[in-house]
Every structure is written in C-alpha cells, then in structure tokens.
Design a protein around this ligand. Structure first.
Ligand code: PGA
Length: 254
C-alpha cells in the first residue's frame, strides 16, 4: 500500500512572514496516514524548515542546478538545498520545461546530481494540450520518464516520486478527470515496470497535479493509481490546502 503524498508547490509566491505562517499552520494539522511535502521559494526554505521543525512534514526545493558547485551565478546546488534542510527537489516541472526551456537531458542530469547529493526527487511529467489533442500523451510521458530516469538504479528508485501534471491543467482551473489522470498513471507505472520491474513500479508513488482543489481532490485521490497530489494555487492558503490533506487521509483510512 502506497502512503498518499500531498505536496504544495508554492512557486514564486508569498513573502517570509506568509511562508512561515502557512508552514506553521500546516505543521499543526493532524496528518495521520498521509505524507505532506512543501516546496517554498528557495530563499524561504530555511524559514519553512524551522517553522515545521518537530513535525513530519517534508520540505523541498523547486529546482536545483545540475552542477555540483562553482561558477554558476544565480544557481542553487542540490547540496545547498540539503544543507538548509530540504529533503527533496522538484525537477522537470512544466514551468521549468516550457518557460525556461529545460530539456529532458538537463532534467536527467539534475536528477543524477540531486540523488548523488542525498535528496529525493519529484520528477514532473506531462503533455501539452496540443500533444494531448494529437494523441501524443503516452509518447510524451513515456519519453520524459524514460529519459529522466536514465542512470537511476533500481535501488535509487525509492528516492523518486513521479508527478503527472498535464500542462493544460496547470493553473487553468481545468482538471484532468479522474479517469483521464488514472489512465496516464497506469501507463506511467507500466513504463517504470518496463524500465525496472513490476515490484519497483508498484512501490513508486505517482501524484497527480493540475488544478487540484478541495472540491475535486477526493474523487482524484480515490483512484488506486493516484497516490497523491501536487498542488499549486490551492496550496497557498491553509484553508484551501488542509481540506486536500483531509481528503487524502479519508482515502488512506478507507
Ligand atoms: P496548480 O499547479 O495546482 O495551480 O494547477 C500545479 C503545479 O504546477 O504543480
């Protein structure tokens, strides 16, 4: 049984006080049977790590450099994220792919770097609307997974979570239906089974992301192939995010 995992990707939002207050409110919430991750802006990682100290909340970075250290002005290394208390890093988010032009190859190098430096990785994959309309969803998700996981040994797969986030559903208010999401999740698990084996694929958590809200979380999370949610907009307010955690708890208790 995979423990549900609900994550908040705060993107480039909030200020120091807002980040601290939101993290503290979430840390105080009852979280039985569900893992929670928060991805604040890097400059607030330290603040958020301190705000959630003593809870079992996981804090992560939204990105890292593929290089270990050195003359890379403006970049943040995986080791630095770890040093300030991050345990995981989001890689391959669609905004990194489509706004900042990150390729599968760069994302793969970042994954290698993050794992080597002791972070877990949340690898985001997902198709654009044009790709879905063109019948390319499986090809795109399969390619992003296969290329992203190059060099990830079977023993390291436990440090990887996958997030399926259709680009057309991110920040648009348009959510994939539970069956649309679950179809891709099953496909993605099959790809991982082919790359590794069925036991490794069965242990892998695959989260759904894209306009997850309090009012659609329960039906998405009810599908046995949807192991949690990566939440953007609705993770920025405790009164929007906590009901999503509650929905995951209800699923895990049922
Ligand atoms: P959204 O973002 O929930 O605002 O659609 C999800 C994400 O980008 O991770």
């Amino acid at each position: 049984m995979r423990t549900p995992y609900v994550c908040g990707n705060w993107k480039m939002n909030l200020d120091r006080a807002g980040a601290r207050g939101l993290a503290a409110a979430i840390a105080q919430h009852r979280m039985r049977g569900v893992d929670i991750g928060l991805f604040p802006p890097a400059v607030y990682l330290d603040e958020v790590v301190r705000a959630v100290a003593g809870s079992n909340l996981v804090v992560g970075g939204q990105n890292c450099c593929d290089e270990q250290s050195g003359a890379f002005t403006g970049e943040i290394s995986a080791a630095m994220l770890k040093d300030v208390g991050a345990r995981v890093v989001l890689l391959g988010h669609s905004e990194r792919r489509h706004v900042f032009g990150e390729t599968d190859e760069l994302i793969q190098r970042k994954i290698q770097r993050a794992l080597a430096d002791g972070l877990h990785v949340m690898l985001c994959v997902g198709e654009t609307l044009a790709e879905r309309d063109g019948g390319q969803t499986e090809a795109v998700v399969g390619r992003q997974l296969t290329r992203g996981l190059v060099g990830v040994a079977r023993e390291a797969l436990g440090a990887v979570t996958v997030a399926y986030e259709p680009v057309w559903a991110i920040g648009t208010g348009r959510t994939a239906s539970p069956s649309q999401a679950a179809d891709v999740h099953r496909y993605a698990r099959g790809v991982c089974s082919g790359l590794y084996d069925s036991a490794a694929a069965a242990a892998l958590r695959i989260l759904y992301g894209g306009s997850v809200k309090a009012d659609n979380a329960a039906e998405l999370l009810a599908d046995p192939d949807i192991d949690g949610a990566l939440v953007g907009g609705a993770s920025l307010r405790a009164d929007h995010f906590l009901p999503i955690i509650d929905a995951a708890q209800r699923v895990s208790a049922s």
